[in-house]
Design a protein around this ligand. Structure first.
Ligand SMILES: [Zn+2]
Ligand SMILES: [Zn+2]
Length: 180
């Protein structure tokens, strides 16, 4: 028995040697879509797109609020701890910011479940920034609205903290889908 020539699943007249590397269906060169992990059929491409935008509208609100409230609490605690620790404070800031970022990412993941989308990660990250800024609002007002630039130094640590916490949150959230 001779082996049947493989034909594209969408074009039964086109012989091919290519297969989708996700579902293994034969695809012709015209149907094959090149991805970072190899050739995929149009069906798989479409399905991957769907998975990526499964977040619902309310996920954005819950993700933002979860991130904002946790970041606000963390920023208040760090502000309290910070008074009187001097230079040693920098270690606490760095350690606390990465821990807080991971914790917020985990909390957001719990809240939105398996649904995910890149704009959702950005929304949660924005929540971290807003939450972290709230305790520093009086300082921001004196520095930027009243022009008291002496306060800039006092904004340095909250700034470092917010930046580290927010970037950790984003990396943790978006990193989850790399292995999927
Ligand atoms: Zn496929
Ligand atoms: Zn085809």
């Amino acid at each position: 028995m001779t082996e049947q020539p493989m034909v594209c699943y969408r074009h039964p007249t086109k012989e091919t040697t290519l297969r989708c590397n996700r579902c293994d269906k034969p695809i012709c060169a015209q149907c094959a879509r090149r991805t970072p992990t190899g050739y995929r059929c149009p069906d798989c491409i479409r399905e991957m797109g769907k998975v990526f935008v499964t977040a619902r509208w309310y996920d954005y609100i819950t993700a933002f609020l979860t991130a904002m409230i946790l970041a606000l609490i963390a920023a208040l605690l760090v502000g309290l701890l910070g008074s009187g620790l001097g230079l040693f404070f920098i270690f606490i800031i760095v350690a606390a910011a990465t821990a807080v970022g991971s914790l917020i990412a985990e909390a957001v993941r719990r809240v939105v479940g398996k649904r995910r989308a890149r704009p959702l990660f950005i929304t949660a990250t924005a929540g971290v920034v807003v939450g972290g800024l709230i305790p520093n609002l009086p300082l921001l007002v004196t520095v930027f609205l009243m022009g008291e630039l002496g306060g800039l130094l006092a904004l340095l640590w909250p700034g470092v903290f917010i930046f580290l916490a927010a970037s950790t949150t984003y990396v943790r959230l978006s990193g989850i889908q790399i292995g999927r």
